[in-house]
Design a protein around this ligand. Structure first.
Ligand code: PHE
Length: 463
């Protein structure tokens, strides 16, 4: 380990940084399009149930492992049990798979932010704008690399100076902006060409009230699979990141309170993002628009909506994309920090060297992701009904296969080998009351592993 281990200066700094990691493109770009694809209310219901059981269990486990071992993920698993040391490698590979495509989407957001801030927002609403942008050869590359460079710069400056101070400013601003836009989107009303009038409140109902008509087992299982993948992604669990962040938390800090706050904040932002996007999509494009939403939802639908609002829309668009860019950066920073911290702990490299190495790896894969929309274009059908390019493929491999696998093995390790008591002792170190203790034990030993095994079978297409 190189030098003294840095730590967060206090609980607030830690909670904001962890929430900064959790809240990102997952909440704002990924959650709404999955919710729309899987039928709004049903997805939301499944997601919420999983968040307070599944998500909570994993978040608790990982933060506790980090604080207990005082190691980033690469070495933390070995400390806990040498036979499970390879989980550290898996936990290192996962963010290395995610970060390149995350940065590509971050690059798209940067492009839109620049367009709106320079007064060209209306252009982004024209037909085919998004597709012709992502399939062009140089622009997406430039923005992707810029996004990665900004991330690497903050990581290079270190935990306290970089991550904490940026999160302290950006997170509260983000929340305020998102609440404002969500409220605003409730006020929409639109009469389509065939004379149907839909209001923002109708859209809200579609988002929050589950529709069980026509529900099939297949649809439910795809919804659960999507929701679990999304939950991991959104909470930044099953990526080793929360282990690394946990390792920076002081022993006297109350972990349980922090976990509750991170969970609530992350879920709230996803919910609000759904509230800001789904009703608007429903108002202007109806059920049809919902069913056909994919990764482009945010980039194709929202500019059209902003454009239909005139000048207000241009301002709102600028605010919105700036906000998403902030959120994406804090998450990307955490991912790169996880990787860099592992390099530092394991190989004793300097922060500078570790950051440089990861930047190069990330850039190479990121370039491939961008080429996936032009010179390396292919169409690959996936078991969850998505027709994938390189980006979707990396997303599927990480969220639906590698993350469930890591989560499963972590549950086996904690539930059966080291025993849940070790985690419980760590988080109640200062005598903190742990109300969801029973739930935690049952989840980590039985329910989570079972669900994860089913999910893995489903993801590789066994059924
Ligand atoms: N949780 C982040 C988001 O919602 C993404 C992320 C995934 C960050 C994994 C770190 C690790 O956007």
């Amino acid at each position: 380990m190189a030098g003294k281990r840095s730590s967060f200066s206090g609980t607030i700094g830690f909670v904001l940084a962890a929430a900064g990691s959790a809240v990102g493109l997952g909440n704002i770009w990924r959650f709404p399009y999955l919710a729309a694809k899987d039928g709004g209310g049903l997805f939301l219901l499944v997601y919420l149930i999983l968040a307070v059981t599944f998500g909570f269990t994993l978040l608790t486990t990982e933060l506790a492992i980090g604080r207990k071992t005082r190691r980033s993920s690469l070495s933390a698993y070995r400390r806990l049990n040498p036979r499970f040391k390879n989980l550290g490698i898996l936990a290192l590979i996962i963010p290395m798979v995610i970060l390149p495509y995350y940065s590509a989407v971050g690059g798209w957001v940067m492009k839109y932010t620049v367009a709106y801030l320079t007064g060209n927002g209306a252009e982004t609403a024209t037909d085919g704008y998004f597709n012709s942008f992502i399939s062009s050869e140089t622009e997406p590359l430039i923005y992707t690399i810029l996004f990665m460079a900004a991330t690497a710069y903050v990581v290079y400056r270190g935990v306290n100076k970089g991550i904490e101070s940026s999160s302290k400013i950006l997170m509260p601003i983000l929340l305020l902006m998102i609440v404002g836009i969500a409220i605003f989107s409730m006020t929409f009303e639109y009469t389509s060409d065939d004379g149907v009038t839909r209001s923002g409140l109708d859209g809200l109902k579609v988002f929050v009230i589950p529709d069980f008509t026509d529900l099939t087992l297949d649809k439910l299982s795809i919804t659960i699979m999507d929701a679990i993948g999304q939950l991991f992604f959104s909470l930044s669990v099953a990526t080793g990141i929360m282990i690394t962040y946990g390792s920076y938390v002081k022993s006297e800090d109350n972990l349980i309170k922090s976990i509750n706050k991170i969970e609530i904040f992350d879920t709230l932002v996803a919910f609000l993002a759904g509230m800001m996007i789904i009703p608007v999509v429903f108002v202007f494009m109806g059920q049809e628009g919902m069913n056909h939403s994919g990764p482009g939802l945010m980039f194709i639908c929202l500019p059209k909506i902003f454009a239909s609002m005139g000048t207000v829309g241009t301002v709102l668009g600028a605010v919105f994309f700036t906000m998403v860019l902030f959120a994406a950066l804090t998450s990307a920073i955490s991912m790169m920090e996880g990787i860099v911290a592992s390099f530092i702990d394991k190989f004793g490299y300097s922060r500078r060297k570790s950051t440089a190495i990861e930047f190069v790896i990330c850039a190479v894969v990121g370039i491939l992701v961008c080429f996936g929309y032009n010179i390396l274009y292919f169409e690959l059908p996936l078991p969850n009904g998505v027709t994938a390019q390189i980006l979707d493929l990396l997303d599927y491999i990480s969220n639906n296969m590698l993350m469930p696998l890591l989560a499963l093995l972590t549950c086996v390790l904690v539930g059966w080998i080291t025993k849940p008591k070790k985690i419980i002792d760590e988080i109640t170190l200062n005598g903190e009351p742990f109300t969801r203790k029973g739930l935690f034990i049952v989840m980590v030993k039985y329910i989570a592993p079972l669900l994860l095994i089913l999910l893995l079978f489903k993801s590789v297409g066994v059924f």
